[in-house]
Design a protein around this ligand. Structure first.
Ligand SMILES: [Zn+2]
Length: 367
């Protein structure tokens, strides 16, 4: 082979080696390239063997070219090997990175206040505008405050309707229980303050109930007014006003005579079914006063029961040393959960107090 041919073989070898290095995507592939070019039987060794076929200046010239190729190959190899090793370490680190964060909740999935809390805020706003004071009552109370002073003595059948959770206590006379209604606030307020009084109170209540429409813990709003010459008309006006403030001006209401031991007379309050009336309003028709269309929400009656009310029983006043000849008053109790369900269109009471399954699924401890 002439010097010219040998030199172009060196140039070809150099280009092929550079290409081989660049194409090797991992250290093992690079090692194969190294063996093929620089190994004992590799291309470089083949070229080196050709040195002895030349003489004098040509031999010197070609020898220098082979040495230069050797040096170039070694540098290429080292640099490519470093790059591949570094990339391999980085990939391994990425792969083995421990993710100690909880899954991120998307911004638009972030929670809001609970529907019952939102209803509570609405009622708070409405009643403070009507100059009611807002009082808190204890969740755990004496039997006396929850029952006796509200004209529900021991062995009264109404106690069975409000079967509750008693707390272990030493004193038989002063038994403690989880309150069955927010009406205990009436007793606390009337024993601490003298009339005139305008009060609402909202909070948790407890009864031994659990089905589609009852949970052992639920929320009520209690309201009462005590003053001279308070009549059933005041009661009706107040209830109509606050219900319409929530469900809209067109809301129908109905008062049905009923029995509660702590009022006389007593009534249950119904509102026109929000589901069927909404349909009719959407169709551009005013709901008639005795609409009888019905749907599943109202069990085809057109009406939904939302609370109870009445004129405070004279026995309740007497138990609090308030002159029942001089003062009269009204009281009402509504289910906050039910009001929130009707307002927000929720159909199963239990969903109000359970975490949504997709939320539990996101937490590793529930997976
Ligand atoms: Zn209906």
């Amino acid at each position: 082979m002439s010097l010219q041919e040998l030199l172009s073989a060196v140039a070809e070898c150099r280009a092929a080696f550079a290409r081989g290095c660049a194409e090797a995507s991992e250290v093992r592939a690079l090692e194969e390239v190294r063996v093929a070019f620089m190994g004992r039987k590799g291309q470089l060794a083949g070229l080196r063997a050709k040195i002895t076929t030349l003489e004098g200046e040509e031999r010197k010239h070609f020898g220098a070219a082979v040495n230069e190729l050797q040096k170039f190959s070694q540098q290429q190899l080292n640099s490519r090997r470093r790059d591949l090793q570094r990339a391999a370490i980085e990939a391994k680190l990425r792969e083995e990175r421990a993710d100690i964060d909880l899954p991120v909740i998307d911004r638009d999935e972030r929670g809001t206040l609970h529907p019952v809390s939102l209803m509570r805020q609405k009622l708070h706003d409405i009643f403070t505008k009507l100059s009611f004071s807002v009082l808190e009552g204890p969740d755990v109370d004496y039997e006396d405050f929850n029952f006796n002073k509200l004209n529900i003595p021991a062995h009264h059948p109404a106690r069975d309707m409000q079967d509750t959770f008693y707390l272990a206590s030493k004193d038989e006379e002063e038994r403690l229980l989880l309150r069955t209604h927010t009406s205990n606030v009436q007793v606390h307020a009337l024993s601490e303050h003298r009339p005139p009084l305008r009060v609402i109170s909202m909070g948790r209540c407890f009864r031994c109930d659990f089905d589609l429409t009852h949970t052992p813990m639920f929320h009520q709003i209690e309201g009462f007014v005590v003053d001279e010459a308070i009549s059933f008309a005041h009661l009706k006006g107040t209830i109509d006003t606050f219900l319409r403030a929530i469900y809209g001006d067109g809301l129908r209401t109905r008062f049905r005579p009923s029995y509660f031991p702590f009022v006389e007379p007593g009534a249950e309050v119904d509102i026109g079914c929000v589901a069927c009336d909404a349909q009719k309003l959407a169709a551009g028709k005013e709901p008639p006063p005795e609409a009888r269309v019905g749907c599943r929400v109202c069990k085809h009656s057109g009406w939904l029961e939302v609370g109870g009310c009445g004129m405070i029983h004279p026995n309740v006043f007497e138990a609090m040393d308030i002159d029942s000849e001089r003062y009269s008053g009204f009281a009402f109790g509504f289910g906050l959960d039910r009001m929130a369900m009707l307002y927000y269109g929720i159909n199963d009471l239990r969903t109000l107090f359970a975490a949504p399954p997709e939320f539990n699924a996101r937490l590793p401890i529930f997976a």
